[in-house]
Ligand binder design. Structure first.
Ligand code: NAD
Length: 368
């Protein structure tokens, strides 16, 4: 049996710093859990531009297509702000998502009890929150044609088109139902079927997929605006939310903030299954390259460590080890070990990126 393969693209800014801590966890899994990955490393974003003149070299894309999973740090930084749009660091990430056809973006909004006071909502509304937002990522209004700015009479008109095919809705709905089966078995689908034809089709197809193949999963439908209200009123009512690209963009950011800190939020982008049955997959923290703190040892590595946990669960069927990592992070926080982003003024001395990683390893050790 060959080891599963993992391509690490640390990227720019704090990307390489948080990835150093993830490597500690990968090494620990190999040493202590007999779970060894064939790890390859490569460049993406500004780091790739500096060497190759492009934010994603063709060879890197090939490696990503062949890997069982890709783990990415972050891309971007002020040094690259004046570059042409086509070679900006962020284009590397977008190209990766597009070429790998990663159509389902999974954004968990999980509120660790120890961090409930960091939310802008009341503790009892968010403590213990665990919602998964599944956003369609490769179609909808961000890609639909016609688009552009034209002129009608004597004024300009901006045009974008919301367009979904049945198969695009079908496959993302399946991702959501499969996920729900591993969680609390509930899916809420959100669209605007009251005012948009694409929303009517979305609702119909999600319901058909459910009735045909997932009747055991509890399905509800909600208009996306009502969903946004419910998400801040009583977020714990949701388990899995599935929605389109535009609504998902907004709802997942709103849900993320329920949990307090960017430094804690992982994500996964999944595509169609490969020959070995694993989905094409890219795992990355939600945060960016944080140039304001890069190189200072202040970055919180938890989002990236939790992204590895998602990879274990969704690419490698190692749900128990994923839970072990999540529980270790939770324990570290409960013990009061915090990077600066998780502290309020007067809270004492923050842990460095490396100390936070070491504390997670210590908690993993203690879990054996
Ligand atoms: P950002 O997420 O990098 O930072 C926003 C704020 O959150 C900053 O104050 C930062 O210090 C803080 N922060 C973020 N992650 C943190 C962590 N792990 N620990 C502690 N604090 C953390 O967003 P931004 O400042 O808008 O963007 C900076 C650069 O990152 C830009 O070039 C942007 O294009 C890029 N970006 C990349 C991605 C990505 O790679 N997926 C996502 C968003 C932004």
């Amino acid at each position: 049996m060959t080891n599963p393969s993992l391509l690490i693209l640390a990227g720019d800014g704090i990307g390489p710093e948080v990835m150093t801590e993830v490597r500690k966890v990968i090494a620990w899994l190999g040493d202590k859990r007999d779970l060894t990955f064939d790890v390859t490393e490569d460049l993406v974003g500004g780091a790739a531009y500096d060497v190759h003149g492009t934010p994603l070299a063709d060879e890197t894309l090939e490696k990503a297509q062949a890997a069982d999973a890709v783990l990415l740090g972050a891309v971007g930084g002020p040094k690259y702000d004046t570059l042409d749009f086509s070679v900006k660091p962020e284009r590397g990430l977008l190209k990766l998502r597009k070429e790998m056809d990663l159509f389902a973006n999974l954004r968990p909004a999980q509120c660790f009890d120890a961090l409930a006071d960091f939310s802008s909502l009341k503790r009892d509304v968010v403590a213990g929150l665990d919602v998964m937002i599944v956003r369609e990522l490769t179609s909808g209004i961000y890609f639909g044609e016609p688009r552009g700015i034209t002129t009608e009479g004597n004024e300009r008109v901006g045009i974008n088109t919301q367009r979904y095919t049945e198969s695009e809705i079908d496959r993302v709905a399946r991702s959501a139902f499969e996920l729900a089966r591993r969680r609390d078995n509930k899916v809420c689908s959100m669209e605007k079927a009251n005012v948009m034809e694409s929303g009517i089709l979305w609702r119909e197809v999600v319901q058909e997929v459910h009735d045909k193949d997932y009747p055991d999963v509890e399905l509800s439908h909600m208009y996306a605006d009502a969903g946004a209200m419910q998400l801040v009123r009583a977020p714990k009512q949701f388990d899995v939310i599935v929605t389109d690209n535009l609504f998902g963009d907004l709802l997942s950011d709103a849900a993320a903030m329920l949990t307090g800190s960017l430094g804690m939020l992982p994500s996964a982008s999944l595509g169609a299954p490969m020959e070995n049955g694993r989905p094409k997959a890219l795992y990355e923290p939600v945060h960016g390259s944080a140039p304001d703190i890069a190189g200072e040892g202040k970055a919180n590595p938890c989002a990236c460590i939790l992204s590895l946990a998602m990879a274990l669960r969704y690419s490698f069927d190692e749900g128990d080890e994923a839970t072990r990592i999540e529980t270790a992070v939770e324990k570290v926080l409960a013990d009061g070990v915090r990077t600066a982003d998780l502290m309020q003024s007067g809270d004492g001395t923050p842990a460095t990126t490396s100390e936070m990683g070491d504390a997670v390893i210590a908690a993993l050790e203690a879990s054996l």
